[in-house]
Write a protein that binds this ligand. Structure first.
Ligand code: HEC
Ligand code: CU
Length: 356
């Protein structure tokens, strides 16, 4: 190889670069870049990604080969302090290195545009979901389904969905990696994502734009369910909003509270032994009764009133040692009053008990 490079440098370089390109493409295609595909857009986007990789590797190898070759072939001799030869360009070469990238980039942009146009296509009668982002939580509302609200995004399989995404504060980014779709949430604008989920399962919606101290906790469940189950879920949500989930828990407020505590995402920030959560973005709630008595008295509130206010208006009193604005202040809006009383009852009961 060395002799070949010395005797016929062009042929040697071509052989080396060809091999590097083949190996590079093989490696980049073998890597499993994305999680399971769960929407009709996923396949198109994965193909687009592969084409981009196949197009990028040769460019990378070419640029690196020329750079490395130049470094070694025209290395200065020790003691040589003379200037390099004055060079005034090479028209043919310049035409080539402008034209080829221009054609490549244009072709790839066109391909990308066709794919985007395709996956964003409007379809008749989509299921509309209003998505609201705020530091540091997502909330979902189904305007055509009696304005059912939820902290989980539940979607029926194989139905076109239009997500209308807004933010109450800063820029966030709505991203469900399995759907391969992402949109920024921009103050003052409503951005849209159209998606047809086509794989049952439980995924996460994550915030993909650093948005403040609780950014990493801005992660909630997305469930794709069979259409029949979706209908059931909608009626169950309606019923839960009415009675705080007590009937669904067989009349047991403690069970209803525990379920609500987990489903609403409180477990993402609070430690509570009874709910099996161990998070530390917010104060541990196992000793809540102590705090409620101490801080509640200061505000002239009963313990239960203190807990209710802590959930409905977290800004009203900030537990020392924690940052104002970390706990989402949308629970009053997104939970029904029955659900909030279930939570208050549950937290007041469970934190009074000695838990292991
Ligand atoms: C993103 C993180 C986060 C989430 C999610 C969250 N909290 Fe909090 N929570 C906090 C922080 C931080 C504080 C302390 C600051 C404050 O008082 O506002 C707090 C304070 C509290 C307090 C007062 C605690 C005390 O010791 O006085 C209660 C009660 C509470 N949260 C209940 C809940 C419930 C119920 C949920 C779910 C519906 C929830 N939190 C969801 C972060 C969170
Ligand atoms: Cu965010």
């Amino acid at each position: 190889m060395r002799r070949l490079l010395r005797k016929r440098p062009a042929l040697g370089m071509a052989l080396l670069s060809g091999t590097a390109t083949a190996v590079g493409i093989a490696i980049s295609l073998a890597i499993d870049w994305f999680p399971d595909a769960a929407s009709t857009a996923s396949k198109d986007i994965d193909n687009l990604w592969d084409v981009l990789l196949i197009a990028s590797v040769p460019v990378f190898v070419l640029v690196m080969s020329v750079a490395l070759y130049s470094v070694f072939a025209w290395k200065v001799k020790p003691g040589d302090t003379s200037d390099g030869a004055p060079i005034h360009g090479h028209t043919k070469l310049e035409v080539v290195w402008v034209t080829i990238p221009f054609v490549m980039v244009t072709a790839l942009a066109l391909y990308g545009w066709v794919v985007l146009d395709d996956i964003e296509a409007k379809e008749k009668d989509p299921l509309i979901v209003n998505v609201t982002a705020q530091q540091f939580a997502w909330s979902f509302e189904y305007p055509a389904l009696d304005k059912v609200k939820s902290n989980q995004l539940v979607l029926p399989k194989d139905r076109r969905v239009e997500l209308r995404v807004k933010t109450k504060d800063v820029i966030h980014s709505f991203w469900v990696p399995e759907f391969r779709l992402k949109t920024d949430t921009v103050p003052g604008l409503t951005t849209k994502v159209r998606v047809t989920p086509n794989r049952l399962g439980r995924y996460d919606v994550v915030c993909a734009e650093l948005c403040g101290i609780g950014h990493a906790t801005m992660r909630q469940a997305v469930r794709v369910v069979p259409p029949g189950e979706f209908q059931g879920w909608v009626s169950e949500r309606k019923q839960r909003a009415g009675d705080g989930g007590v009937a669904a828990a067989g009349g047991d407020t403690a069970v209803a509270g525990k379920t609500l505590f987990a489903d609403t995402g409180c477990t993402a920030c609070h430690t509570l032994a009874d709910a099996g959560s161990e998070a530390s973005a917010g104060p541990p709630l196992d000793d809540l009764t102590k705090d409620a008595a101490k801080f509640g008295k200061r505000e002239g509130q009963s313990a239960e009133e203190y807990v209710k206010t802590a959930i409905e208006q977290p800004e009203a009193f900030v537990v020392p040692g924690f940052t104002k604005g970390t706990m989402p202040d949308n629970y009053k809006k997104n939970l029904s009053s029955a659900e909030i009383s279930t939570l208050v009852k549950y937290l007041s009961d469970v934190s009074g008990k000695e838990t292991k």
